[in-house]
Design a protein around this ligand. Structure first.
Ligand code: NDP
Length: 480
């Protein structure tokens, strides 16, 4: 069985405790590798290495930093098959999804920020007759990056790449539920010749490793993606230490469908927007609001399509939904389906775990589930489930659709389906979410800001936003 190790000061290292956590393949329920059970001692070693590497790395010419990040991207690409297999095995997602989305996106993240650092500019402001102010944007020092299990290497690299590009040294923690691709990344970094200590990856539990990163006095900024409750805890610890914080948290995203949408295309895309990655994408739409005049027609066409989705072995090409990431998470999803029934919801399809045979007979699978008849204020419609469960609710008019869409603590993303251009702009303006897709879903341009409002987080990632987050602005005034 493969043993994963930490990546500290340019070398693979066992955790100081010498103990490991079982890493389970969710499609089979079997342990397939061992993940370090690190603690604050490993974080301290990682910090010391990062601190030592920082003066040189932050003064490394931009072109050299760019070349190194490009080499990391090339290294992932060269080992594409290995990364794809590991991402799918760790997380349970279909192999074809990891190949189409997760791994190419990790490559793009490194390439994007490798190039961005060469074009990043800061402002200058002229005061006529007085002088010039210019803004010096300097790296912060040692920063912490903590990421979740749903898009393991995609989100991990989304943080690490801009942090490194801007000259910081990093102590990073992937989710211990999906550590494998981060481990492969450490091998790629060693092969690419990334200087020792510039990136350090410490594996282990959030309550030990994550907490130790957040509490560390020398780690000056934290970029975190994960649940809202964890985000709250991190903010409570880091804010009194005056750390810079970027928090990308949970969501419960509305999908608003107007009667004038392109019906067939909309139905097809909403199925993808609801159930991709088993619904375990923070951007999946889980509350579907449909204009009353087409509600029944949409419901029937949507349910008919959902019933055709295949829950299966992630390794098989025809599989649409793979395994849920863990037994605990599967049970959480099932408990919400139970709650939906108690709250008066009618299950239109799905509603239970999916039982597979053969290799996957002990895996964690849930049927794609569609529910109607729930009040928009009930718990099923207000709490994040983060699985293949969506609700359908009719609305009378635009005002009611917006009221229901916004009646929630979250505000990550949304999608609006209409052919009325004026309405599309109007609704986009009024919707309380960091991202609005019109007649589309999950289209990402890496240059644009990414993130949520309300309980979905603070700060933005992506493009220049991430470059700004990972640098401190210093105003310099020169008298004329
Ligand atoms: P968690 O909040 O449980 O964990 C996220 C990461 O934080 C993990 O690495 C976790 O480690 C670590 N962690 C846990 N406790 C602490 C702590 N006290 N201090 C520091 N780090 C800690 O989220 P999940 O992994 O369950 O991910 C699912 C959540 O992520 C959903 O709510 C989803 O909406 C959200 N998400 C948000 C996105 C966005 O862009 N807004 C994108 C993707 C997901 P460990 O695994 O050991 O617990």
């Amino acid at each position: 069985m493969e043993t994963i190790n930490n990546y500290i000061n340019g070398e693979l290292a066992a955790p100081v405790s010498g103990t490991y956590i079982d890493n389970i393949e969710p499609a089979t329920g079997q342990v397939f590798s061992l993940c370090p059970d690190s603690d604050e001692r490993d974080v301290q070693l990682a910090y010391a290495a990062a601190k030592q590497a920082y003066p040189k790395w932050s003064n490394t010419p931009l072109e050299e930093r760019m070349m190194l990040l490009m080499r990391i991207a090339d290294g992932i690409e060269k080992r594409m098959d290995e990364f794809v297999a590991a991402e799918s095995k760790d997380n349970g997602k279909p192999l074809k999804l990891a190949r189409a989305v997760d791994i190419p996106r990790a490559v793009s993240n490194f390439r994007f920020y490798a190039s961005a650092i060469q074009h990043f500019a800061s402002e200058s402001h002229h005061m006529p007759g007085v002088g010039i102010n210019y803004t010096l944007r300097q790296s912060i020092g040692v920063v912490g990056c903590i990421s979740p299990w749903n898009l393991p290497i995609y989100l991990f690299s989304w943080k690490i790449a801009p942090a490194l590009a801007t000259g910081n040294c990093v102590v990073a923690k992937p989710s211990e539920i999906t550590p494998y691709t981060a481990y492969l990344l450490s091998q790629v970094c060693m092969d690419a010749g990334l200087p020792n200590g510039v990136l350090n990856i410490v594996h282990g539990l959030g309550t030990k490793v994550g907490q130790a990163i957040v509490e560390h006095e020398g780690i000056k900024a934290i970029s975190f993606t994960g649940g809202t409750e964890t985000g709250k805890r991190i903010a409570a610890t880091a804010a009194p230490m005056f750390k810079k914080l970027s928090l990308e948290l949970g969501g419960k995203n509305p999908t608003i469908i107007f009667a004038d949408c392109d019906f067939e295309a909309t139905v097809k895309q909403i199925v993808t927007a609801s159930f991709s990655n088993q619904g375990e994408i923070c951007l999946c739409g889980s509350r579907i609001f449909v204009e009353k005049s087409i509600f029944e027609k949409f419901r029937d066409a949507f349910v008919a399509r959902v019933k055709k989705l295949k829950v299966g072995d992630p390794n098989e090409d025809e599989t649409n939904l793979g395994a849920i990431v863990s037994l605990a998470h599967k049970n959480k999803i099932l408990s919400y389906i139970h709650l939906a029934k108690e709250e008066g919801g009618k299950i239109l399809c799905g509603g239970s775990e999916a039982k597979l045979s053969g290799r996957c007979e002990n895996g964690y699978f849930v049927e794609p589930t569609v529910i109607e008849g729930l009040d928009y204020r009930c718990r099923t419609n207000q709490e994040e489930i983060f699985g293949p469960v969506v609700t359908l609710t009719p609305f009378e008019n635009e005002e009611e659709a917006l009221m229901m869409a916004n009646s929630i603590k979250y505000g990550l993303s949304s999608s609006v389906w209409t052919n009325d251009l004026k309405r599309a702009h109007r609704v986009a303006e009024k919707i309380e979410a960091g991202i609005v897709w019109i007649n589309s879903w999950l289209v990402r341009d890496l240059r644009t800001p990414f993130g949520g409002v309300k309980a979905s987080g603070v700060g933005r990632e992506g493009g220049w936003e991430a470059m700004r987050f990972f640098t401190e602005p210093k105003n310099v005034f020169i008298k004329s």
